[in-house]
Design a protein around this ligand. Structure first.
Ligand code: ADP
Length: 242
């Protein structure tokens, strides 16, 4: 059992009926905002995240510009209505930290050298939070960057693995995160075969860590295929005016 008294796994199934290696139902839509250069809406079960990308553009704060590449700026924000109890709309320390780790998860795939003295701005708004918002944010943001036409070495997709009642479980939700023993968000750029985000809250043995990473890799593989499908759908569904 985890920290609390909540039973998380019974008869091999989780509290929402999923198997341990099962993702939540995932939906991905690209190009959902008219005014952004690129945007995507991603749902992992009841977690719902919107990403909007602007740029490359010349920001008002010129002192942040770099002579040899674009500056990537990222803001992760949870809407005040996204949580069970109203969240303060001002940026918390957690949101500042997540803005940084999400930016670092995206930077390895962005070919920023092509746009010196510009900024590429990634805005992430959590519309509904039910665990795994940072990993859903990476998945959404990489699609929004792609739709904005930013040259990239590939997409990045993320998923969290957890340890609940002693079992490793893929794509944990808020209850599992809260009452489980460990939470390990992972983001991978499959085209680079590179892990671009890895955090661990809780304790895993070295063996569990290896297994958890493999579970995350399999989850990311599925999500990455869905990302590619969502991009194809966006571009193949374009109607040509007669
Ligand atoms: P992640 O969303 O990436 O899993 P955390 O592990 O920090 O990040 O948070 C787990 C979950 O806890 C969130 O997805 C959300 O459902 C909930 N949560 C986080 N911060 C808050 C908050 N300030 N108010 C209410 N719920 C929150």
């Amino acid at each position: 059992m985890g920290k609390g008294k909540v039973k998380l796994v019974e008869g091999g199934l989780r509290h929402d009926g999923r198997r341990l290696d099962e993702l939540r139902p995932i939906t991905i839509s690209v190009g959902v905002l008219k005014n952004a250069n690129g945007s995507a809406l991603v749902e992992y079960g009841r977690t719902k995240v919107l990403a909007a990308v602007y740029g490359p553009r010349e920001p008002q704060m010129k002192h942040i510009l770099l002579p040899n590449r674009a500056v990537i700026r990222c803001r992760y924000h949870m809407a005040s209505f996204s949580t069970y109890e109203r969240k303060s709309p001002t940026l918390s320390r957690r949101e500042i930290e997540l803005s940084k780790v999400i930016r670092e998860a995206l930077e390895p795939v962005i070919i920023s050298e092509l746009y010196p003295r510009t900024s590429i701005d990634v805005f992430i708004e959590v519309i509904n939070a039910d665990g795994g918002t940072r990993t859903a944010s990476v998945t959404a943001a990489s699609l929004a960057l792609a739709e904005a036409g930013i040259p990239m070495k590939g997409l990045v997709a993320g998923v969290a693995v957890g340890k609940i009642d002693g079992y490793l479980a893929l794509d944990i939700d808020e209850v599992e995160d809260m009452y489980g023993e460990a939470d390990m968000p992972v983001a991978i750029a499959p085209s680079l075969r590179q892990i671009t985000l890895l955090q661990l809250n809780g304790v895993l043995t070295p063996g569990e860590f290896t297994q958890a990473l493999e579970l995350a890799r399999k989850g990311v593989e599925v999500i990455h295929e869905m990302q590619k499908e969502a991009l194809k759908k966006k571009y193949l569904d374009v109607k040509v005016e007669e």
